[in-house]
Design a protein around this ligand. Structure first.
Ligand SMILES: NC(=O)c1ccc[n+]([C@@H]2O[C@H](COP(=O)([O-])OP(=O)(O)OC[C@H]3O[C@@H](n4cnc5c(N)ncnc54)[C@H](OP(=O)(O)O)[C@@H]3O)[C@@H](O)[C@H]2O)c1
Length: 212
């Protein structure tokens, strides 16, 4: 299967949580790591998140000029089976192109920078990632950054669609049995073979770089 090179990037607490116990965005990365994240974003052709991240955090998913001079603004992609992306959400603002990947006909009227792509769903009723990878490859998206949340990361790992995996571990404990974690899904049947290729101290935390 021809597919983009897939890079996961996320930040977690020392106890593996990626948000607050109520599922709200939390500052886990330090400024230096945020700069690294923006540089990585700028290197990629597209940045992808799941609809729950859009609904809970309302991210712009753009590259800030403060961190990268003359950013090229990668395409933003939302996995959104039922077309729930709010018309007023920041991910569809006019600062970059956005693809909404939906499993059904979507009648919402977004502005011209937004394209809704209908893609097949899998047996779990969510977007079929293998089909999506082909669609993105054919759109000349050769390097894709997956930013979360946990359900999306879990699915990319489960279907063996990940090449690089970056985790910034912040020096904090968030706690909470139901607080979102990096790979929030059912057990993955086969162990994904992660190979640690680099560790780096960044500010008060550590960046782990795995290859699969
Ligand atoms: N620390 C970090 O680095 C970081 C980064 C990003 C997000 N977050 C946090 O992550 C949390 C949200 O994570 P989440 O796990 O609840 O949701 P999510 O991964 O953002 O979105 C999951 C949803 O995406 C849709 N989807 C469609 N196709 C999918 C597919 N093939 N695989 C997976 N999902 C698919 C599904 O909803 P439909 O069926 O409705 O389409 C699914 O429920 C928030 O608390 C956010 O703050 C943290």
């Amino acid at each position: 299967m021809k597919r983009p090179y897939v890079v996961i990037n996320c930040a977690m607490s020392a106890d593996g949580k990626i948000a607050s116990s109520s599922g709200k965005q939390m500052r886990i990365s330090c400024d230096e790591d945020i700069k690294r994240m923006y540089e990585l974003r700028n290197e990629c052709d597209a940045v992808l998140v799941g609809i729950n991240t859009v609904l809970s955090d309302d991210p712009k998913l753009t590259v800030k000029e403060k961190y990268v001079k003359n950013p090229k603004q990668p395409i933003r992609i939302v996995l959104d089976t039922n077309c729930k992306t709010p018309i007023g959400s920041l991910v569809v603002n006019n600062l970059a192109k956005t693809l909404i990947i939906s499993g059904k006909q979507c009648d919402k009227k977004f502005s011209d920078n937004v394209e809704v792509i209908r893609c097949g769903t899998n047996k779990d009723g969510v977007i079929d990632l293998e089909k999506l990878m082909e669609i993105l490859y054919n759109k000349d998206i050769k390097k894709l950054m997956v930013e979360g949340g946990g359900t999306v990361i879990w699915n990319f790992l489960k279907y063996g669609l990940v090449d690089d995996f970056y985790v910034y571990v912040g020096p904090m404990i968030i706690g909470g049995k139901d607080t979102p974690t990096i790979a929030g899904g059912k057990k993955i049947d086969e162990n994904s073979n992660l190979k640690l290729v680099e560790t780096k101290t960044i500010g008060p935390g550590t960046l782990l770089h795995y290859r699969i």
